[in-house]
Structures are given as C-alpha cells and as structure tokens.
Design a protein around this ligand. Structure first.
Ligand code: ATP
Ligand code: MG
Length: 326
C-alpha cells in the first residue's frame, strides 16, 4: 500500500478550501490507504510569528482535523515538533543539499523579497519538508503547484543520499491532490481562498458561525450580467459559487448552473449547502475543545507511534552517513 503524507501549517484560519481540497480527501481515504497527517508547527516559525498564536493554532488545527473525522487509529496523526527526529534528519539532509540548490526555491525567492528580515529557516525549510517526507518512507505527497518544487527537492535529496551512502530512503513523488474544486476568495474571486491571504470576508472559515457563513456567501462578489452560468474565465464570482455548491453536493457545477435563474437564488442554495457541510464539523470541534486533555492524549499517542518508525529511519541515516553509533 502506498503511503501518503499531508501537513498543515498552523498559520491563519482553516477554511472551506482546505476542507474540501485537503482534509476531506484524507478522511475519506484513511481507511483504505496508509496516511500520515501532521501539523507542521516548525514551518510556522519561518516567518514573523506570535508564540502564543502558534501554540493556540496548533491545538486548534489538530482538534479541527479530529472534528472533521481524522481517525488517529487509522492514520499516523502527529505534531511535527513532538517527533524530534524531524529536526534530526533535517540536519543530515542539510549536509546533502547544496547552498545554491536551496536558494533556487521559487517560494523562498518570493517570500524573502517581501520582507526586510529573512529568517535562515525560510531558506532551509524545504529541507525540513524533505525530512518530513523521507522520515516516513512516503511514496506520495499530494500538493498544489506551489509546493511541487519542494517535493522535487525531497526526491533529489533521497536519490543523492541513497547513491552516496547506500539505500536508505524511499524516493517520493508529488501527486495531484484528489480532484476537488480550487475554491476562490469570495471577495476577490481572481485569487484562491487562503488561510493567511484571504480577508475575513473572502474566506469561509471552518469555525465561522452559521449566520456569519451565510452573510459572507450573500455578500460574495458576482459578475456583470444576471445569468447563472459556469464559466470561470468570464464569470469568476458566479463560477466560484457554483464550484462551492458542487463541492458540498457532489453535483457538477455545469448541471447546478441550470437550476438557477438569478444570483440571489444561487446564493441562498450555496449558503444552505455550506452551513450544512460545516456545521457538523464546528459542533464536533466545540465538543472536543471542551476536553483539550483528550486531544493532547491523542497527540501524545500519535507522537509515540510516529517515533517508533522515525527513530529507526534516523538510526539508518546516521549510520549510513558516517556517524558512530552511541
Ligand atoms: P496559506 O495562505 O498559508 O498558504 P492555504 O489556505 O493556501 O494557506 P496551505 O497550508 O497552503 O493552505 O494548504 C493546505 C492544503 O489545503 C493543501 O493541500 C492545499 O492544496 C489545500 N488548499 C488550500 N487552499 C485551497 C483552496 N482555495 N481550494 C482548494 N484546496 C485548497
Ligand atoms: Mg498555500
């Protein structure tokens, strides 16, 4: 069975796009495939951060994943920093990476251009991501276009390490995320809905109350003309609403378009569908959040299981690269 790995960085607020594009596919496939799910809290430290916010969000994201149906018995479910082997392997892989190779990462170039103070970890985090992947003998990493280059780096490092020091790592590959609509920002439908990029009005957050979700949908930007058609180029706002409805109902957006004559009707239907999809997740979250000790115990057990595998992989890598066993 091939192993898949997905990480969530605890920055910003999880939204409907994260749910239909990443969380729901993990949950529907966890019983039939070998899945690793983790909260990449170390990655949240690569940009200016507030310590108490990272801590709060780490627990919030883990609780939301459980609320959405992640089953810690069916998958490996952990917080990155609870498994110190991630950082241990990171160093060994830094010793496998060229400086120029790290500098060539497009995301590093883009993110570092926007800041005055650039943390060294922003340069090296793709190598930490390679460690996240290689530690668990991952076969497939479902990622969007923006992360493909990082998975390529993980592949290159695995091949190089194996060639120089003997076979140690499974060579991973990037996989297309399961077909789900790319959900766009409600207020700016030319951009995708993003955890840290969307305004509050633009993102349907998993923890928004039903009337807030409803209001955001009703106020969503639509297009000129009044016809309801699915045409992302010409009618980005309307098409996004149809894509959202499609993701909540499993009916094709083209077919849905035929059911509505006016934007108002479409928006009512989208609001109902979004509320129906997200309310159970939010209610389960509220229940779980009352018992943070339960969530912490789940996370401790997940880290323990993960460490059993990860420590063996690090032991092999250390021996291969030339370190004397203790
Ligand atoms: P950020 O703004 O911090 O980059 P993000 O919302 O893009 O946040 P990521 O952490 O980059 O979230 O991605 C988490 C997962 O959610 C990925 O699998 C990604 O493909 C998926 N995802 C993110 N945004 C959307 C979206 N708008 N529609 C569908 N899937 C999405
Ligand atoms: Mg993103």
């Amino acid at each position: 069975m091939s192993r898949r790995l997905t990480g969530f960085t605890p920055s910003g607020n999880l939204h409907l796009g994260n749910y239909v594009g990443a969380m729901r596919p993990i949950i529907t496939e966890q019983a039939s495939s070998d899945t690793v799910v983790f909260i990449s809290d170390l990655h949240a430290l690569t940009l200016e951060h507030d310590p108490s916010e990272v801590r709060r969000r780490t627990l919030e994201f883990a609780t939301l994943l459980l609320a959405a149906g992640a089953d810690p018995d069916a998958c490996l479910f952990l917080i990155q920093s609870h498994v110190p082997e991630h950082t241990e392997l990171h160093y060994l892989l830094e010793c496998t990476t060229g400086y120029g190779e790290a500098q060539r990462m497009i995301q590093f170039k883009e993110k570092s251009r926007r800041q005055q103070q650039v943390r060294t970890s922003l340069l090296t985090y793709p190598i930490l991501m390679a460690a996240d992947i290689l530690l668990y003998d991952t076969d497939e990493v479902p990622v969007g276009a923006d992360q493909r280059q990082h998975v390529e780096l993980a592949r290159d490092l695995a091949c190089r390490f194996n060639t120089r020091y003997g076979h140690t790592f499974t060579v991973p590959q990037a996989a297309n995320p399961p077909v789900a609509a790319r959900i766009m920002d409600l207020a700016a439908p030319g951009e995708k809905m993003g955890k840290s990029t969307s305004s509050p009005a633009g993102a349907l957050r998993l923890l928004d109350e039903p009337d807030v979700l409803r209001r955001k949908v009703i106020r969503a930007v639509t297009d000129t003309g009044s016809e309801v058609v699915y045409d992302p180029q010409r009618k980005p706002g309307t098409s996004n609403l149809l894509a959202i409805l499609a993701s909540c109902t499993s009916v094709e957006p083209d077919r849905l378009a035929q059911l509505f004559d006016r934007y108002g009707e479409l928006k009512e239907a989208v609001a109902d569908a979004v509320v129906a999809t997200l309310t159970p997740v939010r209610e389960r979250y509220i229940e779980l959040a009352r018992d943070p000790e339960y969530v912490r115990a789940v996370l401790r057990a997940g880290a323990k299981r993960a460490r059993e595998q990860a420590s063996e992989k690090v032991r092999q890598a250390k021996a291969a690269i030339g370190l004397l066993p203790s």
